[in-house]
Design a protein around this ligand. Structure first.
Ligand code: V1P
Ligand code: CA
Ligand code: ZN
Length: 397
């Protein structure tokens, strides 16, 4: 009878609707929902499903999404198809679709896709609310750029905002932390007028040599939420702008120091961690040089504070490494270590084999896979931390 008991420790739940995998943004688009198939295969291959409660959440309904998004935006999103889309229609462009960059294309099953990943984040938040889980995971969510009436940066519905709104029914203060290489602008904007949510984002910030800002171009250290003294949200956002090529030791120090200070000062009763995997070395869009275990260190650090934790995905454009990272972080949550040799009898094993794909191991060295020179000096980072801690002066615990 003892052998069948789950190991003591954290109650972890895994919220995943496999239908999300079968959606395609288009062949040249960097966002590949198929990375979730790879992630799931690794999680299963290591037997992690026996250490968690598994849920297959239903898609969110339009009424549930309306808690954050505008009705007109949702009715457009729910009806538009590649066949009926009119790319010159002012409504189409004003809601953020198409355009020159085509960051947010209209593809087959778009509405199905967005309601599935949103439903999974809401299901995860509900599990924390009713104390069924200590840590709830949704790797298909984390779409942090979506605004109430605007699709942006591959994000159409902001599942994070919807999940935080659910957590706010049971928690006085929720902390949102975002380690995606991009600024979590949509979540920050959604809660700019409240002191019940603190948003903290680490991201690449700066202008490239052609004069283009790194997407979305916001999130400098001095952007701390509204400055109107009457506004309750004042000082309840903290942005950590980072330059190209940051390494493991620098990032771990920065993350531990700043996140620790925020948690101690703000004292949240629940934490949401967006764990975008585009901050890894070798990411197709990212600029950092992090290894998988340094990324996972952020999950370990947040977990160590013992608050109810919602862990969600986000960006990540080198699918094999996204899968490795999210599998590793699932193991961190349940408190187990994984062997470096990948189990060989898994579907899609070829995606992880060969020198260029990480040599069939879980923790390949990513530091040199697509080298970005490290432009972060120790001096710059110390000044950044000093300024970040100074920015916390508006926060009352
Ligand atoms: O830089 C832009 C456009 C150019 N405009 C002036 C803005 N778009 C980026 C969007 C990145 C979105 C990241 C999403 C996330 O934070 C959360 C899921 O990870 C962009 C990039 C780029 N290299 O930054 N879009 C594309 N690349 C792109 C490439 C091919 C096809 C479609 C889009
Ligand atoms: Ca970020
Ligand atoms: Zn990103």
């Amino acid at each position: 009878q003892y052998g069948l008991e789950k190991p003591r420790g954290y109650n972890v739940s895994f919220h995943y609707n496999p239908h999300v995998e079968y959606h395609h943004f288009g062949s040249s688009h960097p966002m590949k929902p198929w990375r979730l198939t790879l992630t799931k295969q690794l999680v299963l291959a290591y037997g992690l499903e026996y250490t968690m409660d598994l849920y297959e959440p239903r898609p969110a309904t339009i009424d549930e999404l309306e808690v954050f998004h505008d009705r007109e935006y949702l009715s457009f999103l729910s009806q538009v198809t590649p066949q009926n889309a009119k790319p010159d229609d002012p409504a189409y462009l004003s809601f953020g679709f198409g355009g020159e960059s085509n960051d947010c294309p209209v593809f087959d099953g778009l509405w199905n896709y967005v309601s599935i990943y949103s439903g999974a984040s809401m299901s995860a938040a509900q599990n924390l609310n009713n104390k069924q889980s200590d840590i709830a995971i949704n790797w298909s969510g984390g779409l942090h750029h979506a605004k109430k009436n605007l699709a942006s940066g591959f994000c159409y519905i902001n599942d994070i905002v919807l999940a935080i709104q659910l957590l706010l029914t049971q928690n006085q203060r929720v902390l949102y932390i975002d380690i995606d290489v991009h600024h979590g602008d949509g979540v920050e904007a959604a809660f700019e007028s409240t002191d019940r949510v603190f948003t903290l984002s680490y991201h690449k910030f700066g202008i490239d040599r052609n004069g283009y800002p790194f997407f979305p171009g916001t999130g400098n250290i001095n952007e701390m939420g509204p400055t109107d003294p009457a506004n309750r949200g004042k000082g309840h956002s903290l942005n950590i702008p980072i330059d190209d090529g940051i390494d493991d030791e620098q990032y771990k120090w920065l993350f531990k120091t700043v996140t620790g200070a925020v948690i101690e000062k703000y004292n949240p009763t629940a934490i949401v961690l967006q764990s975008g995997a585009d901050s890894l070395g070798g990411d197709r869009l990212g600029r950092f040089n992090l290894n998988i275990k340094a990324h996972g260190f952020c999950v370990e650090t947040v977990k160590s504070y013992g608050r109810p934790l919602l862990l969600i995905g986000g960006g990540g454009y080198t699918p094999r490494n996204v899968a490795r990272t999210w599998c590793h972080e699932t193991a961190v949550c349940v408190g187990t270590e994984l062997h470096n040799e990948l189990p060989t009898h898994i579907p899609y094993i070829q995606a992880f084999q060969g020198a260029e794909n990480g040599g069939g191991i879980l923790y390949p060295d990513l530091h040199n896979t697509k080298r970005h020179d490290n432009l972060n000096t120790q001096d710059n980072l110390h000044k950044l931390v000093t300024q970040a801690l100074e920015n916390l002066r508006y926060v009352e615990g």
